[in-house]
Design a protein. Sequence first.
Length: 346
Amino acid sequence: MYTDSEKPTQTSDDSHVFCWGCQTHLAIPSADGVQAPIFKCGWCGAISQLDSSGKRRREAHPFDKLRSVLPALRAAFVGFVVLLLFSVPFFGFIFLLPNLFSGLPLALHLTWSLLLAANTYFNFAAAVLRPPGPVEFEMPQTNTPVGKGAFDNCMFCTHCRQVKPPQAHHCSRCTTCVMDMDHHCLFLNNCVGRGNIRHFILLLVFLFWSCTYTFLLCCALHWRRWDEAAMTWQRLLLPIAKSKRYWEAILVTPRFLLVAPAWQAAVTYLMSLTGGSCVGVTILLASQLRLIVRGQTYIESLAAAPSHGGDWQASLRRIFGSEHPIKWFTMRWYPPPGAVQAKKGD
């Protein structure tokens, strides 16, 4: 706590401003008559900005009225993603696995598929519903003593009207500050931060396994029934090649759905969905693991910020906890022991 003798002398000229942390006057640093736009309080350590009052306003835009429907569109997109996720086991259980296996092998593959699906859905739901990383700091009360270094390197968020620690970033879409914010995910309609980064990484892992597994099974079924599959494509493509009306190729997809057997239409859909998803998920997972090993978030990597310290094993433990690596993949709603928690008591 500070005493009256330790507090900076308060003045009321233009070269001094209030510190938002300890409510004392700060002398604004200047050089050649130009005031520094950002400066730090010598007592509480809070960082202040000359433009932190929030007086600057964004100019009006012709499409501002459309912004009111964006939350509904984002929620609808998440619903579309959910339909895609549920469509894979739906078509796989009906058309894919029964055409490849029977008896005990079928039961084993069904069990493995259900395990992959359950973990994928659980981590997707957790990444969407869990708070990405609420800020623990609270604004100091008026006339309340503030200890030395209480807000070291913290800034004031003019949007949230609260303390923003150095590990936090403000998300304009979520309209809140997020601890260890990595990025805002369109597929989740939520930020990825300290509170749900574990679920996001596990979601990518199980999506990679699920997509690879489904794609390989689709290839196996196409190979087993190649003659029947090739005959369908010949019926569709040969007339176009003979007539040389290649523009009719854009009609192949609707014609294929009408002509192809049900199993082939379903398997072709699964191959297209899981094959494309596997490429995208692999790239995203590799980039996320690279950042985790470095001890950085995506936003920190863009700003060339230093890592959180420690080796790659310590970086993994910050997210997955100190338990055995096998337990990292278990379905768990709350952070595991040893992991950095997003909120006290979480």
